[in-house]
Design a protein around this ligand. Sequence first.
Ligand SMILES: *[C@@H]1O[C@H](CO)[C@@H](O)[C@H](O)[C@H]1NC(C)=O
Ligand SMILES: *[C@@H]1O[C@H](CO)[C@@H](O)[C@H](O)[C@H]1NC(C)=O
Ligand SMILES: *[C@@H]1O[C@H](CO)[C@@H](O)[C@H](O)[C@H]1NC(C)=O
Ligand SMILES: *[C@@H]1O[C@H](CO)[C@@H](O)[C@H](O)[C@H]1NC(C)=O
Ligand SMILES: *[C@@H]1O[C@H](CO)[C@@H](O)[C@H](O)[C@H]1NC(C)=O
Length: 490
Amino acid sequence: MTSLLYLLTLIFGACFAGDIVINNKKFPENFLFGCATSSYQIEGGWDADGKGPNVWDNVTHEKTSFIIDGSNGDISCDSYHKYKEDILLLKEMGANFYRFSISWPRVLPTGFIDNINQPGVDYYKNLIKELKSNQIEPVITIYHNDLPQSIQDLGGIKNPEFINWFTAYARFCFETFGDDIRYWLTINEPYVACTVGFISLVYVDGIDDYICMKNMLMAHANAWHIYHDDLKGTGKVGIVLNSNWFEPETDSAEDLEASERTMQFIWGWLGHPLYHGDYPEIMKIRVANRSKLEGFNESRIQELTNAEIEYVKGTNDFFAFNSYTSSIVRSGPDAPIGTPSHNDDLGVYIYQPDEWRNSSLSWLKVTPWGMRKLLNWIKNEYSNPPMLISENGVADGPGQLNDTIRYNYIRDYLSNIRDAMEYDGANVIGYSYWALLDTFEWTAGYTAKFGLISVNFDDPARPRTRKMSSYYYEKIMKTKCLVDECEDEI
Ligand SMILES: *[C@@H]1O[C@H](CO)[C@@H](O)[C@H](O)[C@H]1NC(C)=O
Ligand SMILES: *[C@@H]1O[C@H](CO)[C@@H](O)[C@H](O)[C@H]1NC(C)=O
Ligand SMILES: *[C@@H]1O[C@H](CO)[C@@H](O)[C@H](O)[C@H]1NC(C)=O
Ligand SMILES: *[C@@H]1O[C@H](CO)[C@@H](O)[C@H](O)[C@H]1NC(C)=O
Ligand SMILES: *[C@@H]1O[C@H](CO)[C@@H](O)[C@H](O)[C@H]1NC(C)=O
């Protein structure tokens, strides 16, 4: 044990956390650089002009202990009123695109299309118009965590009817905002929403997570089919998957298998159906086996029918994903049969060594080398699809305007991304830093700052101040180069 830890310190301390050679080749001219946000985290205007409540309005108001600092998104950055200022900042920094999300209950207060809130619709129409007139590409997330409370009250994502409710909402978005949107993201981070996220408070481990993920998969596939088959849309539609790179602890066959199994269980849960048609074989076998031993008469995974397999296969026009960090995986003995558990179905030991570079969030260790490995895994697993990194970023605490941690993070991750493109042939088409602004960071409230731009949440005017890292990211977006001068421009 001691020698193993010593070895890890040596490997990860010396090679990974230390100096890396920054890639000095320009990103391709058509590579897209942008910034990301989501509606609940920045907009405020929580009940403005007819908006309905979402699950986060509800929980932050009724259960303040759920949020580390007891805060909420009632006003947040007030982007509902200050979006033009946000767009000016994006323009100033030279962003090619802006990834934002539509608040479902702002446009459909009850969640359903028989009740349209025109001021909410106008807000997004104006936002899109303003972006376009500043030559910034809108990249729209249709659903990013802020489920209408009315839909939660009907059972939320767990209810199979969710598939139809989401489909109607997605169609409404395509028809209402669709004219010349080139990139649509249907659902943000289904894995988080169905496991550790908000709804896990009311969901049963090892059962409802499988139901939830299947509903998310079918909802996404429906939206894709409506966009392409019914509406003959000319843009591209993808879902946003997310997680870490899972590094094997050693190169033993057992640890390599455990790492691969983890990648399949988490990334492959929806990635495999989208590209190959069905859940990963290892996942089907393990969940079916444990379900049987637990006394269930069928697998808890909710196996896909042949018709469903055909329907979902090929419904991801590009591989959009969020990733911030890595973990180590060690092969372990299977947990005894007992209460169903998704983690026991996976059956490995996952951790992050203390030696890895920290951020202000315990789960977010700075591991730029993991991004290159992740890109390679996606490339090999899904035949090198066009990849859009829809979120990547780092958090520090309040008051950091000279944000060296963020400067280094952006440089080191983008260098690994550029390496993956140059040396490994990874088909990466774009990168979106999370986040444009400091935001309401879910259960971390306002304690974790991800923004390139700081927001003073104590001032009613919510003034924005650019951090040091935003000037570096501006340089990258404008020159497509990470160093002072790229080799190909000398
Ligand atoms: C949310 O709203 C429902 C009613 O719509 C209520 O029953 C519930 O207690 C609320 N609070 C939380 C924390 O979910
Ligand atoms: C099923 O579970 C049993 C008991 O844990 C184990 O011995 C067997 O190898 C498992 N089979 C598969 C295919 O995982
Ligand atoms: C399994 O049991 C449930 C009730 O617990 C039942 O509704 C379902 O039809 C059964 N499935 C099979 C395949 O027998
Ligand atoms: C990261 O934080 C942990 C817990 O606070 C600490 O034990 C560890 O030494 C830190 N790691 C580094 C590399 O600073
Ligand atoms: C920012 O911090 C770095 C080191 O962390 C330091 O070298 C630099 O002088 C600081 N810049 C300003 C403007 O304070």
